[in-house]
Design a binder for this molecule. Structure first.
Ligand code: PLP
Length: 483
């Protein structure tokens, strides 16, 4: 009910309908003109929106859902609605958010952030022409495949490599190009679904390769693979079960063994690694993710992995391995369909260069790697610095809490990393309302609940995120104080 008040006469419906102002009158309103100019909107667009709003108002009046007591209220109502529409339209749909969930590779929040160096490279090639498909030495057409192939070879030890749109595309292309109308043997324990949208069995049937499941959910033996090999077999596929763990009485066949079975039977041995660690996180005491280089050294003919999971780069799928197989993949029509953009290649090249340098400083340029490896004491300093200013936000109280962060992105599901953050309580909002308010802020702040209180984990916050957090609390504080 709008503009309804008990002590004033409500204007009858017929009269209200008569009071609906014409479009051109709203269009002449100074507020509307101001916002039209600010957002650089055409007259036609504004006119269209005003028309839509007037239609809405007519329906509301006829349905008895809009009642006014004063002439002029109707016009103001329409103007406000149109202004709101303009502002919403002017805002970006895709916008930065503060990930204070403690999940480092949060798939819903965009997975990995890029390094500053990678971002600079993206901006450069976006702004200028580039040698994307031009061989400047020879002065003729080149290939975009060459841009990152050498550096992938350098950091993985592979003979050849190819980059596609994402790792789901890697799996699809590899199966389609190398196993179409043939059988592919996979252990039952590895028929995973990832993120609710990537299912090995579905990708397999899309690619027209025939899935041959072997073993059981918890155990697959060498003889299971051997018994399944037939005239029709083209490939053995091992899928890294990255988002769940079967613990206890389990058995999986090691890469070396499967590679030798494949070699002896003239088959392709392909491992879908999912995350694709380029450094050994185990050495740093985190998880037991296989390292790409080790898997290739152990004999895998092909591996594939995502660019925006542990690797910490842009969304891509990287396929690496034997040159002869990579060449066949490059020549397939689908490689053209699944090719990546120049900005993606720029981000990937620079991210991989940080790995090629290999120093701690270079690796810490990559936010995902830094956020996984940085020490709890470093995070504690950030939290303490935040707390020093937190008394300014008088409507809130904060407490330092130890907690655990997780890697996310379906990677190392068991792994808990020590972390630190703050619980936030608000004078006038329940924890649920506070969570909602922060989530709906201009720059959304996404936290999680810990013991029924809103908790903000600082492991994934950099200094600009913390600056933004101060800004957000300062704004919210003002808003809540005047309420
Ligand atoms: C994440 C994942 C994929 C899908 O990779 P995207 O880059 O998200 O397309 C495929 N296989 C495994 C094992 C994964 O973990």
């Amino acid at each position: 009910m709008l503009f309804k008040s008990f002590n004033m006469e409500v204007i009858p419906v017929k009269e209200m309908l008569r009071q609906i102002p014409p479009v051109h009158e709203i269009q002449r309103n100074s507020d509307i003109i101001a916002i039209q100019e600010r957002l650089d909107l055409t007259r036609e667009k504004i006119k269209h929106w005003i028309q839509l709003e007037i239609d809405d108002v007519r329906h509301l009046i006829l349905a008895n859902k809009l009642q006014i007591t004063r002439a002029g209220d109707l016009e103001q109502y329409i103007i406000n609605q149109v202004k709101k529409k303009c502002i919403e339209w002017g805002e970006d749909n895709l916008k930065p958010a503060i990930n204070a969930t403690g999940t480092i590779l949060h798939t819903n929040l965009g997975r990995a952030r890029l390094s500053e160096e990678a971002i600079d490279h993206v901006v450069k090639v976006a702004k200028h022409y580039s040698n994307l498909e031009y061989n400047v030495t020879k002065g003729h057409r080149g290939s975009r495949h060459q841009i990152v192939e050498e550096i992938i070879k350098e950091v993985t030890g592979a003979e050849g490599a190819l980059v596609v749109n994402n790792n789901a595309a890697s799996v699809y292309l590899t199966l389609r190009a190398l196993a179409k109308d043939h059988e592919v043997i996979v252990s039952r324990g590895e028929l995973v679904e990832i993120g609710g949208s990537f299912r090995v069995s579905s990708i397999m049937s899309e690619s027209d390769a025939n899935l041959v499941e072997v073993g059981t959910t918890n155990k697959t033996h060498e003889y299971d693979y051997l018994n399944a090999i037939s005239e029709q077999t083209a490939m053995i596929l091992k899928v890294h079960t990255s988002n769940f763990k079967v613990v206890g009485f389990t058995e999986q066949i090691k890469t070396k063994k499967l590679a030798s079975i494949a070699d002896q039977n003239d088959l392709i041995y392909y491992e879908d690694l999912g995350s694709g660690a380029l450094i050994d996180f185990k050495d740093q005491g985190v998880g037991d993710e296989p390292v790409v280089k080790d898997v290739l050294e152990a004999g895998a003919h092909l591996v594939s992995f995502s660019g925006d999971k542990l690797l910490g780069g842009p969304q891509v799928g990287i396929i690496a391995g034997k040159k002869e197989l990579i060449d066949r993949l490059k020549q397939h029509q689908l490689a053209r369909v699944l090719r990546v953009d120049k900005m993606t290649l720029a981000a990937l090249e620079t991210t991989l260069k940080s790995y090629a340098k290999g120093t701690q400083a270079a690796l810490y340029q990559i936010p995902a790697v830094r956020d996984i490896l940085r020490s709890a004491s470093e995070i504690k300093e950030q939290v303490q610095a935040f707390m020093k200013k937190s008394h300014l936000y008088t409507m809130f109280s904060f407490d330092i809490r130890n907690s655990y962060a997780t890697i996310g992105g379906g990677t190392m599901p068991e792994e808990q990393i020590e972390s630190i953050g703050v619980t936030v309580q608000c004078e006038v909002l329940s924890p649920e309302k506070l969570e909602n308010r922060l989530r709906n802020h201009r720059t959304p702040v996404i936290g999680r609940f810990l013991d029924e209180q809103l908790f903000l984990d600082f492991r994934t916050l950099d200094s600009s995120d913390i600056e933004q957090l101060h800004q957000t609390f300062s704004e919210l504080n003002q808003e809540l104080k005047v309420m």
